[in-house]
Each structure stands twice: as C-alpha cells, then as structure tokens.
Design a protein around this ligand. Structure first.
Ligand SMILES: [Ca+2]
Length: 148
C-alpha cells in the first residue's frame, strides 16, 4: 500500500479504536469522540503541547495533504489537480484501493463528478471529498469482510 493508502487505513483504525470502546461498536458516542479529539487531534486543534508528538491520525491527515501538493504542484495551478495530475495520483498512490485507471472515459467521468465548481480542475476540497468517498468505501469493504 502507498503512504496515502496507509494514511486512509490509519484514519479508519483510529475511528474503530474509539468507537469500539463502549456501546455500538460502529459509532462514536460523545465521550468516545471527546477522547478521540483530546488524544488524537490535540496538535491540530490547538491544545498544543510542544512535548506532544503528532498522533497517527494527525500524521495521516498531514500525509494526505502532502500527497495532494506533490501532484497539484507539478503543472499549472499549484493548488489544483488537473486531470492528468489526478490520474497520476490515483495510479501511483491509490492503485491498491482502486486499481489503475487506464481509459480516458473513466477519467473524464470521475473528474466530472468531483469537479463541483466546474473549473475542470480538482481543488483540495474536491480532492478530500474524493478521499472521503474512497475511505468510506474501503471501510465498508473491510467491515463486510470482518463480519464473514
Ligand atoms: Ca474544481
């Protein structure tokens, strides 16, 4: 798995580490969410303690941001992924989760569905919607397999 895929899997793991503590194992109750935020998002949410290392969750989020910029910075607008950059990102960094995208029609329709502001590029917000969709898909896949 790529760094990006490991990061997405780490986010799923953190969710389950806390959701599995009490009650419904697939949902975070308020006390679980509070523990997750205080333990795993302290650096990002400003409960900053210089002695504190970034958590796995924070490292994963930072890794996703890094991957976006690694590809968006290649050509044209440095803050947006054009179609060829998005294609390279998927084929290099999401091949285990999504497989390789080879044909142009698939790429065209994917970009069309992600490009909510219709500027023919994928900005960070549009990219995160995509990452969330793929992560949710993987989560459902793994959960389904655990139940078997
Ligand atoms: Ca766009």
């Amino acid at each position: 798995m790529s760094d990006l895929e490991n990061s997405m899997a780490a986010i799923i793991d953190v969710f389950h580490k806390y959701s599995g503590k009490e009650g419904d194992k697939h949902k975070l109750k308020k006390s679980e969410l509070k523990d997750l935020i205080n333990n795993e998002l302290a650096s990002f949410l400003g409960i900053w303690d210089p002695a504190l290392q970034m958590s796995d969750l924070e490292n994963s989020m930072a890794a996703i941001i890094d991957v976006f910029h690694k590809y968006s910075g290649k050509e044209g607008d440095k803050h947006k992924l054009k179609k060829s950059e998005l294609k390279d990102l998927i084929n290099n960094e999401l091949a285990s989760f999504l497989g390789q995208i080879k044909d142009q029609a698939t790429m065209d329709s994917l970009m069309e569905s992600l490009d909510t502001d219709a500027d023919s590029e994928c900005d960070f917000q549009e990219f995160m919607t995509f990452i969330a969709m793929v992560t949710i898909g993987c989560h459902e896949f793994f959960e389904h397999h655990e139940d078997e």
